[in-house]
Design a protein around this ligand. Structure first.
Ligand code: F6P
Length: 368
């Protein structure tokens, strides 16, 4: 009797990240070897399944050829809502969140989907867990440049983001040195300081400010002033977007975009300039906010290799019916953990870790 053709649906949700396409390719390639599977992709996370007409594409060999080199996601993505908090705009411009999860599940059945692989960060994996609890055969693949998922030593995209930030840092050093300036480089990471810490160490910053170690502005200024003799000198500060002073809060604002629930971080570099001036810093200061450039472009080799492995493993988890689980990278191995454990806590920089100690040993001040 002919083997029944099975159908797997991939989604990419949340902020894009270098390596998403590599996961898609890894999964599709492994499925081709297995045979008997049709791999589909929902456009813009679950939106493709929930919209009318639906937007679900077949990921043929032609569609996935060479995509591991490409940044972003060929399936597109969204950070606005999901099946449990589907944003519906009111006539007055406000919006409400509507639960469309039952409808999603019905549509998945109508599409004859046997399994779903959700590639996404903590928000997407919280959705995965809820769908799993409602009976969906789902496997999660962690992605984020922030590296803040506790279950995996690294998420793909992080190393690429660090490389982009480090390349920018190297370019900034030559100009801060030429002009006797302090240049503050603001990097992403939400409430985790990983990108900032790695960039500060790789680039050779004087100061690194991260959310996990609230800073004292007087300490920051003291370290900077040390760098100047007779008005000559320069310094570079790497600040994570989620950093905050000891007595202060994160610089963030609520978004007015329909369906966007997260706080939008950003602006700490500018605030820091004012704080430094207020604390008596005499140096000329400039700010460079790296922003979305950190998420753009081609994944580096490390992230490609990690993402391709995640894709292959995610398919094998489907074959083994390891649903409700997330593929992760632990101790140089690709393993699986229950999604509910993975989303229970975040991965933040431990101020007592050796990397922080080494950074201090290199003369980097955390402003504490
Ligand atoms: O989580 C990834 C990330 O790039 C964060 O570092 C950043 O704070 C956020 O996404 C930006 O989100 P958006 O692209 O929605 O503005």
């Amino acid at each position: 009797m002919a083997k029944k053709n099975k159908r797997l649906l991939i989604t990419t949700g949340g902020g894009d990240c270098p390596g998403l396409n590599a996961v898609i390719r890894g999964l599709c390639k492994r499925a081709q070897h297995e045979g008997g599977w049709t791999i589909l992709g929902s456009v813009e996370a679950y939106t493709g399944v929930l919209k009318d007409p639906i937007e679900v594409v077949e990921l043929t060999n032609e569609k996935i050829a060479g995509i591991h080199v490409k940044g972003g996601t060929i399936l597109r993505s969204t950070t606005k809502g999901g099946p449990f908090t589907w944003p519906v705009l009111n006539p007055d411009g406000t919006w409400v969140a509507v639960d469309r999860s039952d409808e999603l599940i019905k549509r998945l059945k109508d599409l004859k989907i046997d399994a779903v692989v959700s590639i996404g960060g903590d928000g997407s994996q919280k959705i995965s867990q809820k769908l799993f609890e409602k009976g969906v055969n789902i496997v999660g693949v962690p992605k984020t440049i922030d590296n803040d998922l506790s279950s995996t030593d690294f998420s793909f995209g992080f190393q690429t983001a660090v490389q982009i930030a480090t390349d920018s840092f190297d370019k900034i050093v030559t100009t801060s040195e030429s002009h006797n300036r302090v240049i503050i480089i603001e990097v992403m990471g939400r409430n985790a300081g990983w990108i900032a810490l790695y960039t500060a160490v790789a680039g050779g910053a004087e100061v690194c400010l991260i959310p996990e170690i609230p800073y004292d502005i007087n300490e920051v200024v003291r370290r900077i002033e040390n760098r100047y003799v007779n008005g000559r000198g320069f310094a570079n500060i790497v600040v994570a977007e989620g950093a905050r002073p000891v007595e202060g809060t994160v610089v963030a604002r609520k978004s007015d975009e329909t369906g966007y629930e997260n706080l939008r971080l950003g602006g700490i570099a500018h605030q820091l300039t004012h704080q430094m001036k207020g604390a008596g810093c005499k140096a000329d200061i400039r700010e460079a906010v790296l922003g979305h450039v950190q998420r753009g472009g081609s994944p580096n080799a490390f992230d490609r290799v990690l993402a391709l492995q995640f894709g292959v493993k995610a398919f094998e988890m489907v074959l083994a019916k390891e649903f409700g689980k997330l593929v992760t990278y632990k101790n140089n191995d690709i393993v699986t953990v229950p999604i509910k454990n993975a989303i229970a806590k975040y991965n933040y920089v431990n101020p007592k870790s050796y990397l922080v100690k080494a950074a201090k040993g290199l003369g980097i001040s955390f402003g504490n």
